[in-house]
Design a protein around this ligand. Structure first.
Ligand SMILES: O=C(O)c1cc(=O)[nH]c(=O)n1[C@@H]1O[C@H](COP(=O)(O)O)[C@@H](O)[C@H]1O
Length: 235
């Protein structure tokens, strides 16, 4: 099995539902993401259970606070042993450097630290309402450059910005992209979407999929089908 590129978003109300769902998944086929909703109800205990079941966990709490607070939160995530954790790049370079610095003692076992650029639910027209006058691509690039200068491993962005970011920041800077939608699947609240195959063609490293897998009648079969598409697009 090559690198597991799919991260399934466990956006469930509680641990019971999340565990019933993950037990239908093969940990060789995907990683999983625990976000604000599930972590607020189920907490670290659920993350430990997911580890016991063999899943790598992306703890998606998008920390955004003063450097000291974010650094301590990222350290707590490292203590939990998660595979990946994220912060908001708009928290600034000092915040990101503090988050990166606190991971030093963990060496190669540290979680990957990535920064959210512009949420995939936002369209370019929404940027002025939060005070951003530059274009969406300029904003994503500027925040990704900031994250790289702070020593982070990569960013969360949409797959639509992947070609630009890989060109500007290099192949090793990880791109994690939500807003992935198989052809014909509803976009819901996502604005900047792309299909799994197109995202791989654009150079994305990890694809985040929530509703397309959770709402499938056979999640593991959907996962296998998307993994197959990924393999075909990697050659
Ligand atoms: O950091 C994230 O994971 C994230 C960033 C972003 O810009 N957009 C985004 O959708 N996400 C998360 O990715 C998942 C997407 O879920 P679906 O839209 O159901 O596939 C959700 O759990 C979001 O919280």
């Amino acid at each position: 099995m090559t690198e597991k590129r799919i991260i399934v978003a466990l956006d469930f109300d509680d641990a019971e539902q999340a565990l019933a769902f993950v037990k239908t998944l093969d940990p060789q086929q995907c990683r999983v993401k625990v976000g604000k909703e599930l972590f607020t109800t189920a907490g670290p205990a659920l993350v430990r259970t997911l580890h016991e079941l063999g899943f790598d966990v992306f703890l998606d709490l998008k920390f955004h606070d003063i450097p000291n607070t974010v650094a301590k939160a990222v350290k707590a995530a490292a203590e939990l042993g998660v595979w990946m954790v994220n912060v908001h790049a708009s928290g600034g370079v000092d915040m990101m450097k503090a988050a990166r610095h606190v991971l030093e003692p963990y060496g190669e076992k540290r979680p990957k630290l990535i920064a959210v650029t512009v949420l995939t639910s936002m369209a370019s027209e929404s940027l002025p309402e939060v005070g951003i006058q530059r274009s969406l691509n300029e904003q994503v690039l500027a925040l990704a450059e900031l994250a790289k200068s702070a020593g982070l491993d990569g960013v969360v962005c949409s797959a639509r910005e992947a070609v630009m970011l890989k060109g500007a920041l290099g192949a090793d800077f990880l791109l994690v992209t939500p807003g992935i939608r198989p052809e014909g699947f509803a976009t819901h609240d996502q604005h900047r979407v792309m299909s799994p195959g197109a995202a791989i063609d654009a150079g994305v490293d990890f694809l985040v999929l929530g509703r397309p897998i959770r709402e499938s009648k056979d999640p593991n079969a959907t996962l296998s089908a998307i993994n197959q598409q990924i393999l075909e697009h990697l050659v």
